[in-house]
Design a protein around this ligand. Structure first.
Ligand code: CA
Length: 228
C-alpha cells in the first residue's frame, strides 16, 4: 500500500472545487476542501496537509494573504503552495512567488499540467507518496512496485509493514508518535488502536532481522519510533 498525500483545496467556486476533488481523488490523493481563508486556516490547524492548492480571489482573506501567513509560520512554511489564479499579469505571478508560493498556475489550466506540478512538489517534500524510489543506507524501497531490497536481496513485507517503513524512511531520525503513524498508514480507519502500530512494528523488525537490519528501527520510550 502506498502512502496517500493529502491536498487541501482552497477554492470558493463550487464547480471548480468539485472538478479538483474528482481529479485529485482519481489520482490517488486525499482531497480536503475549504471554501474560504478562515476555513482553510482552521483545517490546517487540525491536520497539516502535504500540499495546498490556493485560489487567489477568495471571499474575506485573500489567497495571497493566506500564503503570506503560512510561509512565515514555522509549522506551515514547508508545505508547498500552488497558487491558482485568473490573474494573468506577470506582476501577479511575481508577487505570488515573492510571497512564498512554490508555484503558480493561471486559470484556466489543464488538469494534467496541474497533476504534474503537484507531483513535482510532492517529490520534494513527500517522496514516499509519489512512487519514487527511496533509499536509506543499503535499504532501497521501490514505492511504485511496493518492493524492498537490502543490497540485492529482496525482503518480503506485508502492506502495512511496507507503509510503516516508508513513513519512517522518508524522514530518517524523526521521532514519530504512534498517532502520527496511525494517521499516515491507517488513514481514517478510526477503529484501529495505537497498540496496533506496535504489533506491525514488531512484524517489520522481524522481517528485517534476518537481514540484520532490525536495529535500524529505534523505540522512543513513551512516544513512538524512529529510523536510525
Ligand atoms: Ca475564487
Amino acid at each position: 500500500m502506498r502512502l496517500k498525500a493529502s491536498i487541501l483545496i482552497v477554492e470558493d467556486e463550487a464547480s471548480q472545487q468539485a472538478v479538483l476533488v474528482y481529479n485529485l481523488t482519481s489520482a490517488g490523493y486525499e482531497a480536503v476542501q475549504a471554501t474560504d481563508g478562515h476555513d482553510a486556516l482552521r483545517l490546517i490547524d487540525e491536520k497539516l496537509p502535504d500540499l495546498i492548492l490556493l485560489d487567489w480571489m477568495l471571499p474575506g482573506v485573500s489567497g495571497i494573504e493566506i500564503c503570506r501567513q503560512l510561509k512565515v509560520r514555522k509549522d506551515t512554511q514547508a508545505v508547498p503552495i500552488i497558487m491558482l489564479s485568473a490573474r494573468s499579469e506577470e506582476v501577479d505571478k511575481v508577487r505570488s512567488l515573492e510571497t512564498g508560493a512554490d508555484d503558480y498556475l493561471q486559470k484556466p489550466y489543464g488538469i494534467q499540467e496541474l497533476l504534474a506540478r503537484i507531483k513535482l512538489q510532492l517529490k520534494r517534500v513527500r517522496p514516499a507518496t509519489t512512487g519514487a524510489e527511496l533509499r536509506h543506507r543499503d535499504l532501497r524501497m521501490d514505492t511504485a512496485a511496493q518492493r524492498l531490497w537490502r543490497a540485492d536481496r529482496e525482503i518480503a513485507l506485508g502492506p502495512r509493514e511496507f507503509a510503516l517503513l516508508l513513513a519512517l524512511i522518508e524522514r530518517p531520525g524523526k521521532v514519530f508518535d504512534r498517532g502520527a503513524l496511525l494517521d499516515q498508514v491507517w488513514e481514517q480507519d478510526l477503529d484501529v488502536e495505537t497498540r496496533t502500530v506496535d504489533v506491525h512494528i514488531a512484524r517489520l523488525r522481524k522481517a528485517l532481522m534476518q537481514f540484520g537490519a532490525d536495529t535500524m528501527i529505534r523505540t522512543v520510550r513513551g512516544t513512538g519510533y524512529a529510523l536510525d
